[in-house]
Design a protein around this ligand. Structure first.
Ligand SMILES: C[S@@+](CC[C@H](N)C(=O)[O-])C[C@H]1O[C@@H](n2cnc3c(N)ncnc32)[C@H](O)[C@@H]1O
Length: 333
C-alpha cells in the first residue's frame, strides 16, 4: 500500500519540476508562490525539507569544528519554508543558546508551519514571524534560485544586517556559482568561516567549468525505509546524491592556516591513486593522492561524508606527500 495518495505524489512531482526549472534558468527570475494549500507545506516538509535538513547537518558539523565560538542567541531564517534550516541549527550544538528565532517567508502558510515545527522542537522559544535586523546569525537555504536581482538584493541586505550568516544552496553548478558571487560581494565586510580555508577570492569561480560543492551523507535508515524508497521511485530522486554548496560568513576576525586545503566535490579514484580538487588560498588545484600514503582513507574517498575534508597538506607539485586532518592537527600541541 502506498504511503501517500497518488494526488500527493503528483503534487510532489510538480513541486520538484518547479525546483529543477528554477535551478536551470540562465538568468535570475522570481518564482511564484507554490504553497497554495497548507497541505503543500506538509508534503514539502516530509520530503524535500528533510533532504535539505540532512545537508544542513553536514554544513553545521563543519561549522561546529571550525567555528565552535558561533553561539547565536538570536536567529533569522529568511525564506524559511517549513523551517528546515532553523530546526537543523536548533538541533545542533551550535544552536544550544538560541533564545529567539525570526522566521520570514513570502508564504504565510510556510511561516506558520515553520513556527509550529520550531515550537514542537523547543517549546518556550520566542518565535516572531517577521524580519528583524541585527540577528546574531541569519540562515538562508535553497532560495537563491527563486530570486530575481531585486530579491537577491533584499536577501543580501538581510545577511549584511547580521553578525554572521550561513547560506546553503543546492550543489548545482549555477546555484553554487551564484552563491560564490554573493560571497565575493560580501567580503568587503565579512570573512569566511567555512567552507573556504582563506579569505581570498573564490578559486572555484576562477574557472567557468568549476563550482564549489560537497556531498552530504543521508542517515543510514533512509535506505531501509519504505517511505523513502517510494519517494525515490515516485518523484524520481536519487536518495544517495545529496549535493550542496554553502558559505558561512562572519564579521569577526578569523585566523587561517596557509597549509589547510578544503577538498571539494567527489574524488576520482584510479588504480593506486585519486585525483582531488583542493581549495586553498592559492586557488583550486587538482592534486593526486597515492593509495599507499593512507590506504584506509583512500577507500572512503569517493563516499559522501558529513565530516569535512579540511586537511593540512604537504605537496610536491600537484602530489600530496603528507596529509593530516585539520581537526586532529589543531588538537595536538
Ligand atoms: C525551496 S524553498 C526552501 C525553503 C527552506 N529555506 C528550506 O531550505 O527548506 C524556497 C522558499 O523560498 C521562499 N521564497 C521565494 N522567494 C522569496 C522571497 N522573495 N522572499 C521570501 N521568501 C521567498 C518560498 O516561499 C519557499 O518557502
Amino acid at each position: 500500500m502506498s504511503a501517500l495518495p497518488q494526488v500527493d505524489w503528483a503534487r510532489l512531482r510538480e513541486l520538484r519540476a518547479r525546483f529543477l526549472d528554477a535551478e536551470s534558468r540562465a538568468t535570475p527570475a522570481a518564482t511564484a508562490d507554490y504553497f497554495a494549500f497548507a497541505h503543500d507545506v506538509e508534503l514539502y516538509d516530509m520530503t524535500f525539507a528533510q533532504r535539505i535538513g540532512w545537508k544542513w547537518i553536514a554544513a553545521l558539523r563543519e561549522l561546529e569544528q571550525r567555528a565552535p565560538q558561533l553561539a547565536p542567541r538570536t536567529l533569522l531564517d529568511w525564506a524559511c519554508g517549513s523551517g528546515a534550516a532553523a530546526r537543523a541549527l536548533l538541533a545542533s550544538p551550535l544552536g544550544a543558546r538560541v533564545e529567539r528565532v525570526n522566521l520570514w517567508d513570502r508564504s504565510q502558510r510556510a511561516r506558520e508551519y515553520a513556527r509550529r515545527s520550531l515550537l514542537e522542537l523547543r517549546p518556550g522559544l520566542e518565535v516572531e514571524l517577521c524580519v528583524r535586523d541585527g540577528a546574531d546569525l541569519v540562515l538562508a537555504s535553497h532560495v537563491l534560485d527563486e530570486l530575481d536581482e531585486e530579491g537577491e538584493r533584499a536577501l543580501e541586505a538581510v545577511l549584511r544586517s547580521a553578525r554572521a550568516c550561513v547560506v546553503l544552496e543546492s550543489g548545482a553548478h549555477a546555484s553554487s556559482r551564484r552563491l560564490g558571487a554573493l560571497r565575493a560581494r560580501m567580503l568587503d565586510e565579512f570573512t569566511p568561516l567555512a567552507p573556504c580555508p582563506h579569505r581570498e577570492a573564490c578559486g572555484a569561480l576562477a574557472l567557468p567549468t568549476n563550482w564549489c560543492h560537497f556531498f552530504a551523507k543521508p542517515p543510514a535508515e533512509v535506505f531501509r525505509d519504505a517511505f523513502w524508497a517510494e519517494f525515490a521511485r515516485e518523484v524520481g530522486v536519487d536518495l544517495r546524491s545529496l549535493a550542496y554548496s554553502f558559505v558561512a560568513l562572519t564579521r569577526s576576525n578569523v585566523e587561517f592556516d596557509a597549509a589547510q586545503h578544503r577538498i571539494l566535490g567527489r574524488a576520482r579514484l584510479m588504480k593506486g591513486r585519486a585525483l582531488l580538487d583542493a581549495c586553498s588560498r592559492e586557488g583550486v588545484a587538482t592534486l593526486s593522492l597515492l593509495e599507499r600514503l593512507d590506504r584506509k582513507l583512500f577507500k572512503t574517498l569517493d563516499e559522501p561524508s558529513n565530516e569535512p575534508k579540511l586537511w593540512r597538506l604537504e605537496l610536491e607539485g600537484a602530489r600530496i606527500t603528507a596529509l593530516r586532518n585539520a581537526a586532529d592537527a589543531s588538537r595536538d600541541p
